[in-house]
Design a protein around this ligand. Structure first.
Ligand code: FES
Length: 373
């Protein structure tokens, strides 16, 4: 034995023969803590003890169920973004994001509540008066601390009893790991360069359906024809297909410029316009706000979020503000009945252009309308 402050510390041999509870109490004393009361919160195996275990286990089981539901929703649902905008899948698809958010949040929330309930209902009952100590911990402190931790587990019944609780904790821990791992492995962030041409990020509802070109329509589905716009006017139009007015990436600004406006065409996009009519994506290439404020004198259209301006007289190139990419132009023409249709989908990605950074800075050439590119 040796003296440790006011407490006589046992030798190593004596330490080895002491029970975990004795070591715990010794550790408390060595730290200047008096354990006034210390022991199991309930009589092991008593109805109160089992009730406490069940009330804790239920939170871990709920966390496990939520994590499993998240995995099912995330992996199994839905078959395709494009399909989901049409027919009966539209309603189902609308539930996708809320459901993965709710189940992910519920998993983490229930796990957290379970941990709190575990601490409140099953950790040993203890009333202690603790004195602060100074100096580094020595061997005896480390031994006693280790014993205290494992003895806590023993007294909580986590070593030899409480199979339901241990099982539910393992399930909940696995579920929390799963919901953390799934987004990392495959997930919430898509690689836009993968499957180019097929990826959701490269396809909008303007893509012809079975060879049939998609009409430009008003929000109520009314098709648009040239006489609907006065010179210098702007109309917001949507794909004339089911769910077209709700598709977040497909809204388009249809401009009718004035005959005397000096217009330039972006290289490679000759013929995308129809006469004085030009269609550009309404989704800002900065971070995706709807662009709408058109100044017909200057040909500038403004995004209200961060004041990016695009020059409609020059291929909707950005001329002010943080946007670094022109608004994609939708190629249009008239169908046999005289309504506007898109001749194809956009030829470049709509919306925020962060992934374009992999290409470095780009120049977007243009030439006066009527001259060759
Ligand atoms: S989203 Fe348009 S300027 Fe920022």
């Amino acid at each position: 034995m040796s003296a440790h402050g006011d407490v006589v510390t046992p030798s190593d041999d004596e330490l080895n023969t002491m029970s975990k509870e004795q070591l715990t109490r010794l550790g408390a004393e060595l730290d200047g803590v008096e354990l006034v009361e210390y022991g199991e919160r309930y009589v092991p195996g008593s109805p109160a003890d089992r009730r406490a275990e069940r009330s804790v286990a239920k939170w871990f089981l709920l966390a496990a169920l939520s994590g499993a539901a998240f995995a099912v929703f995330f992996i199994v649902w839905p078959a395709g973004y494009q399909d989901a905008y049409s027919g009966s899948k539209q309603t189902v698809y609308a539930l996708y994001t809320p459901l993965i958010g709710i189940t992910l949040g519920a998993c983490i929330l229930f796990f957290g509540i379970g941990v709190v309930a575990l601490a409140k209902k099953l950790t040993p009952h203890e009333v202690a008066v603790q004195q602060r100590h100074i100096g580094m911990s020595d061997e005896v402190d480390r031994s006693t601390l280790g014993a205290e931790i494992t003895d806590t587990g023993t007294k909580m019944g986590l070593v030899k009893r409480r199979g339901v609780l241990k099982g539910s904790m393992v399930l909940a821990g696995g579920a929390v790991g799963l919901v953390t791992l799934i987004p990392v492995l495959g997930g919430l962030i898509k690689n836009p360069w993968e499957k180019r041409g097929n990826s959701d990020l490269w396809v909008t509802l303007w893509k012809p359906v079975n060879g049939k070109k998609v009409r430009l329509t008003q929000v109520d589905g009314t098709p648009v024809r040239p006489s609907d716009l006065a010179a210098g006017a702007l109309a917001t139009v949507f794909p004339g297909v089911a769910g077209g007015a709700k598709a977040s990436d497909s809204a388009v600004m249809l401009f009718r410029l004035r005959p005397n406006d000096q217009v330039k065409i972006r290289d490679g996009q000759d013929g995308f316009e129809y006469g004085d009519y030009y269609a550009y994506s309404k989704i800002c290439t900065h971070v995706g706000c709807p662009v709408s404020l058109f100044e017909q004198q200057t040909g500038r259209v403004l995004c209200p979020c961060h004041q990016s301006q695009f020059d409609v007289f020059d291929g909707a190139k950005p001329v002010f503000g943080p946007a670094a990419r022109p608004l994609p132009q939708l190629p249009i023409e008239l169908d046999a009945e005289g309504y506007f249709v898109a001749t194809s989908d956009f030829i470049e990605a709509v919306g925020p252009g962060f992934w374009e950074s992999t290409q470095g800075s780009r120049k977007w050439g243009s030439h006066p309308k009527g001259s060759s590119s």
